[in-house]
Design a protein around this ligand. Structure first.
Ligand code: HEC
Ligand code: HEC
Length: 391
């Protein structure tokens, strides 16, 4: 308890320190506050500066300059600019093989990484772990995990041996990298690793990484066009939250509510229980009629645990699912096109589709003429929703 309180106060101090520094920075490079500073209270002023500092640290100041320090010189940049690209760009001329590498490795690296790059105590292992990446406790080494050899070369040259970084010659680095490859059974001991043979080595996990395409593949999460006015041609009350007293009243429900309200005054707890029971019942009832309405769909669609595609695709987790999004199901052209547009099922599109499938998706393969009654649509949607967590 005491310890955690200490930790807490230390981290509190750190936060305060960071905030202080941030506000100092804000003072220096923010020229304009959003409001005339004189008319702003001290607290507000502070808030603005904090916001500005946070913005500036995320995006840089508005004029693109921090006005701190001086530009790095060419020599300074060159001294750090040793990065090697996966295609070998940046590699210096040089060579070495695993036999030479074993010696250098034994001298400079083995004390921590083991004679065979297997790792000593808690120092990282550099070899082995093949085919463990899918395990619960994967062993990630240069051999099992790293996709490009350039990373190994760059890493060793730049930061190893630990505590004496950048002390190795280029040839030694080639030899050591060859030895690490040899320890991982990636090359034979007579292979000479050089700037010229570098790309002949293929790393086992080179295809184990995927390109991050979330900017396009997940754009439907944030690119939704939000309708703000005249979004529906017809607005109708399809359900009534009478017990919660939020639906505009008409004569029929009024009497109902009046009696509830009067009860509420006398016995609030009891009424709450009653209200909850009623709401649950409403859902259950809706579900029940939804299950019934779904009989019209059952000949073609499965839903529930283990549901498979039949004439139509399975309907588990349909809301939020891409329209036409089940891999391997043969959709019609119109469904494929909607998928390519990144469209996703929500309640609104589902209601429109179930009311008139052929109108909503002209050319659809789904031979169902549509529900005539709005209640069937509402209850079917409720029923579909009860399988949202399955997929
Ligand atoms: C004093 C101990 C020590 C010595 C000596 C040492 N290393 Fe390391 N090495 C480390 C530590 C600690 C790390 C992890 C560093 C980190 O994660 O920031 C590491 C990480 C590495 C890694 C990355 C491993 C991974 O999977 O992330 C490589 C490759 C490596 N060392 C190679 C070498 C080579 C080659 C030498 C000899 C030239 C060497 N090391 C010498 C301690 C040492
Ligand atoms: C005669 C068979 C049949 C019936 C009945 C039928 N469907 Fe379909 N359904 C299909 C087919 C086939 C598709 C694929 C449509 C396409 O590719 O054009 C489909 C597609 C769908 C989709 C889109 C799935 C996706 O992956 O985008 C939903 C949702 C759907 N149906 C719901 C229903 C509901 C709810 C009912 C009952 C009211 C119903 N269907 C009745 C055959 C049917």
């Amino acid at each position: 308890m005491l310890k955690s309180r200490e930790l807490f106060s230390i981290s509190g101090l750190c936060v305060a320190g960071v905030l202080l520094i941030a506000s100092n920075f804000a003072d220096r490079f923010i020229t304009q506050l959003p409001l005339n500073a004189k008319t702003v209270s001290a607290e507000l002023d502070f808030d603005f500066k904090m916001m500005a500092a946070a913005q500036a640290s995320a995006m840089g100041p508005r004029d693109g300059k921090f006005n701190l320090g001086r530009a790095a010189t060419k020599d300074e940049i060159a001294a750090w600019d040793g990065d090697i690209s996966p295609d070998g760009t940046g590699l210096p001329i040089g060579s070495g093989d695993a036999i030479d590498g074993e010696e250098v490795f034994a001298e400079h690296c083995a004390i921590c990484h083991g004679d065979f790059a297997e790792g000593v105590d808690n120092w990282p292992e550099l070899a082995g772990g093949m085919d463990t990446l899918a395990d619960e406790d994967p062993v990630k080494t240069v051999g099992s995990y790293w996709p490009y050899l350039s990373t190994t070369w760059d890493y060793v040259k730049r930061s190893m041996p630990f505590g004496n970084a950048q002390s190795l010659s280029d040839d030694d680095v080639y030899a050591i990298v060859a030895y690490i490859l040899y320890s991982n059974d990636i090359i034979e001991d007579d292979f000479i690793l050089s700037n010229e043979t570098f790309l002949d080595v293929e790393m086992p996990n080179v295809n184990g990484f995927i390109i991050d395409d979330r900017l396009t593949s997940e754009s439907h999460f944030w690119n939704k066009k939000v309708c703000m006015s005249n979004c529906k041609s017809e607005v109708k009350i399809t359900m009534r939250a009478a017990v919660l007293d939020v639906t505009p009243e008409d004569e029929e429900t009024k009497t109902n509510q009046v009696s509830l309200k009067s009860e509420k005054v006398s016995e609030p707890n009891q009424v709450n229980v009653k209200l909850e029971a009623e709401v649950a019942e409403l859902d259950a009832e809706l579900l029940k009629s939804g299950e019934k309405a779904f009989k019209k769909c059952k000949s073609c669609h499965q839903i529930g645990a283990g549901a498979k595609n039949k004439t139509g695709p399975h309907l588990n987790g349909i809301f939020g699912r891409k329209i036409g999004g089940i891999e391997g199901f043969k959709y019609s052209k119109v469904f494929k096109a909607m998928k390519d547009e990144g469209r996703v099922w929500d309640e609104e599109s589902m209601a429109a589709f179930l009311a008139a499938p052929k109108k909503y998706a002209k050319g659809t393969k789904m031979s169902f003429s549509g529900f005539k009654k709005d209640e069937d649509i509402v209850s079917t949607i409720e029923y579909l929703k009860s399988f949202q967590t399955l997929n």
